[in-house]
Write a protein that binds this ligand. Structure first.
Ligand code: ATP
Ligand code: MG
Length: 392
């Protein structure tokens, strides 16, 4: 039986005069995400994306890809029927026979966007519902608490039938490319990949920066960061990952600054370097993974010290979330298992035993003025390595 995938989008509908631009970016993103997966035809009509998959064995993988495209809210496979009520009834019986069994309660919901179709929506419901009730004697009509909602949509070229319960949730959000670009400070931890996903979900393209302290952090730690970027790229498409050599800066901080200030001085270097990389690549904001009070360097006083070194906006989408909420999201987007692999991050190499939790800007500035800040930044920038990371 011929099937099609129907994908519905959400917030784009509210875009008024800009809606066609958002729709065309969404369609392009969908085509890109399916390019190497299956031969498909993607078109849009009446706030629905229709995806025809020419090789039916590939429908599941196409569904899986669509579930990672920002902008789509629901995705479902449906049977394609000619626009004739008898045909719709037969197709519904055939297509939904495995859903309509074992004393299931069901109802029919119909939508007719083709007003030339001879039956209106309530009439379609009565016809299809009555027929299914006769054909499957063990099922029961229940319009209030159905187990199965049979959907019939009569649209421009064809009619479609599916069970509402077979819908899968999309990511929601806005299509990538509708919200300019931001630069994610990507560590190997649990938090920053989630932060990157949350901002990219709003349509923002992502570059990533990682600070890497070889040999204190191993080659495996770098591979882990690349792998995390590859998982985020499943949602965003290719990510440019800038690896910044950070060893010299960390050694100088360790040797010249008071121990309790190590983390904050280091974080200030990260922000400055990330800002330069962002400016060079026309990125409009930084993204980091802090949540208030999670660790000593994430108190409000510490965030003030860290964030005050740059002018560029800093997006911290996890700021009000609990660790468990962040972990749940990390599972949902698929980064958790990689994030917990036990490789060192440069932050954990030289950690103070008693970090300050209530730092003052002027004290940290005094500490870091023992270093040639500009020279260290220039040297790090000169050694930046670009890795183009594709979805894995
Ligand atoms: P994460 O789980 O993202 O590592 P965290 O809870 O360990 O976060 P911190 O170590 O305080 O937090 O770092 C705060 C933020 O700074 C991180 O979320 C990340 O955005 C950035 N960051 C930390 N270490 C690095 C690094 N090595 N490279 C790039 N960004 C980093
Ligand atoms: Mg970390």
């Amino acid at each position: 039986m011929k099937e099609i995938i129907l994908a519905k989008y959400g917030e784009i509908i509210l875009k008024g005069g800009n809606r066609p631009r958002f729709e065309s970016i969404l369609i392009n993103n969908i085509r890109n995400s399916l390019k190497n997966v299956a031969e498909t035809k993607v078109r849009l009509a009446q706030a629905t994306v229709y995806v025809e998959v020419f090789d039916e064995d590939k429908i599941d993988i196409v569904m899986e890809r669509l579930s990672k495209v920002f902008g789509l809210v629901t995705i479902v496979r449906a049977a394609v029927c000619s626009k004739d009520i008898e045909n719709i009834k037969l197709k519904a019986r055939e297509y939904l026979k495995s859903d309509l069994n074992d004393g299931k309660r069901f109802k029919v919901e119909a939508k007719r966007s083709d007003k030339l179709f001879p039956l209106n929506s309530p009439q379609i419901c009565v016809e299809v519902g009555g027929y299914l009730d006769d054909e499957f004697p063990e099922i029961i009509v229940d319009v209030h608490n159905p187990d199965v909602t049979v959907k019939v949509e009569v649209r421009d070229f064809d009619a479609y039938v599916y069970a509402d319960e077979n819908k899968i949730q999309g990511q929601g959000g806005m299509p990538i490319g509708t919200g300019s670009k931001a630069t994610l400070l990507l560590s190997g931890g649990i938090d920053s990949p989630v932060a990157g996903h949350m901002i990219s979900k709003r349509g923002v393209e992502i570059d990533a920066v990682n600070f890497f302290s070889f040999p204190y952090t191993s080659e495996r730690a770098k591979e882990k960061v690349i792998e995390l970027a590859g998982i985020i790229a499943q949602y965003t498409s290719k990510i440019n990952l800038y690896i910044v050599p950070f060893t010299e800066i960390q050694i100088q901080i360790r040797d010249k600054c008071p121990e309790e200030h190590l983390t904050l001085v280091m974080r200030r270097f990260m922000m400055r370097i990330a800002e330069r990389i962002a400016q060079k690549h026309k990125s409009r904001a930084l993204i980091t993974g802090e949540s208030v009070g999670q660790v000593a360097s994430q108190t409000l006083a510490a965030l003030d010290v860290t964030n005050s070194v740059v002018d560029i906006p800093i997006l911290q989408p996890l700021i009000g979330m609990d660790k468990q909420e962040i972990i749940d999201r990390s599972h949902a987007i698929g980064t958790y298992e990689t994030s917990i692999l036990p490789y060192e991050d440069c932050c954990t190499v030289f950690t103070p035993r008693h970090p300050t939790t209530n730092p003052k800007r002027e004290n940290i500035i005094k500490s870091e003025n023992k270093l040639d800040i500009e020279a260290l930044i220039e040297e790090a920038l000169a050694g930046v390595e670009l890795i183009e990371v594709y979805p894995n």
